[in-house]
Design a protein around this ligand. Structure first.
Ligand SMILES: Nc1ncnc2c1ncn2[C@@H]1O[C@H](COP(=O)(O)OP(=O)(O)OP(=O)(O)O)[C@@H](O)[C@H]1O
Ligand SMILES: [Mg+2]
Length: 296
């Protein structure tokens, strides 16, 4: 990136990770520089011949897949190569804590199975309030990271870090947010998501999913609402999951057909072979790629 401010603390952290590799969990409020720091370390450590994985838990400003997904990439010759997507189905963890924590655990486990020496785990800026604290603490418990990188302007992570106390086997690195960080407006964040959807769905076709088997339908808690008002399904994002519950692709419900009851889904996934479950999200995407939560 042009104009990238790389503080000495980032170089020192890279040296520590070379000596003491493992999973690294990034924490910080929105616009703290989490993604930027994680990308810097990904490039830096891969250049030093370490096998590096990048797990992106940010479902809003997602880097690897479309919004509402988490992803796992391996860094090869400085390039991120996508391995798996996990469909959370929402663009904020609030109300989707199980999926957010479970997804990041599955992706990190897979990175370990792939023998990544360094696993950089990027998170959302969801840090305020009890639900956010619980989510971050459970992520620490589930992932057992070797390092936590806490990017702070003041002491906004104090609640989470105090609750963690001095976790055995984990080193906490408290770093100051760079003054070069450019906070983004809500409209800039929406524009980023619109572009990610547009790119992801640019080469899509139509898939027809029977509503009653053999592909399982997982309604994400919105079944009663959708049963009362089936047209509310139109535009909803769905995850097209394999037997391990990684998403082979993401789709948008476009049409509900009767006799036989099928859902027509727009997706870049070529066909449904390998898909065993269709997981409903709670976010819908309009024709202008603007997203909106399904109100229950
Ligand atoms: N060290 C830095 N030098 C220059 N620019 C930076 C630096 N860190 C972050 N930025 C810029 O600030 C903006 C926000 O940074 P970044 O996306 O890394 O934050 P984040 O904590 O991941 O935010 P979010 O929680 O929204 O995902 C980006 O435009 C990024 O390019
Ligand atoms: Mg980010």
């Amino acid at each position: 990136m042009d104009n990238l401010d790389v503080p000495d603390s980032w170089h020192e952290l890279a040296n520590v990770l070379v000596r003491d590799p493992g999973a690294v969990l990034f924490l910080g409020e929105p616009d703290a520089g989490k993604s930027t720091c994680a990308f810097f370390l990904a490039q830096e450590l891969a250049a030093r011949s370490l096998s590096v994985a990048f797990v992106d838990g940010d479902i809003g400003q997602a880097h690897l897949g479309p919004p509402a997904t988490q992803g796992l990439a391996l860094v090869n010759s400085q390039v991120l190569q996508l391995q798996h997507l996990y469909f959370v189905g929402a663009i904020t963890p609030a109300g989707h804590l199980l999926q957010a924590a479970g997804g990041i655990k599955k992706l990190t486990d897979r990175a370990r199975e792939l023998k990544a020496e360094i696993i950089l785990v990027n998170t959302t800026g969801f840090i305020s309030g009890q639900a956010a604290t619980a989510l971050k603490l459970h992520k620490v418990e589930l992932l057992s990271p070797r390092h936590i990188v806490a990017l702070e302007r003041g002491d906004e992570l104090a609640g989470i870090l105090t609750a963690l106390a001095s976790p055995p086997g984990i080193t906490i690195h408290r770093l100051a947010v760079s003054r070069r960080v450019l906070p983004r407006t809500p409209e800039q964040r929406r524009a980023y998501r619109r572009q990610r959807y547009q790119d992801y769905f640019s080469n899509s076709g139509r898939l027809e999913i029977p509503q009653h088997g053999p592909i399982g339908i997982e309604y994400a808690g919105n079944a009663p609402l959708l049963a009362k008002n089936p047209p509310a399904m139109l535009g909803l994002l769905v995850g097209l999951n394999d037997p391990e519950d990684f998403a082979l692709g993401v789709g948008i419900i476009r049409e509900l057909c009767e006799d036989p009851a099928t859902m027509a889904v727009e997706s870049p996934l070529q066909d449904l072979s390998g898909v065993v479950r269709c997981r409903f999200g709670t976010v819908a995407v309009g024709p202008d790629w603007e997203d909106r939560p399904l109100v229950s």
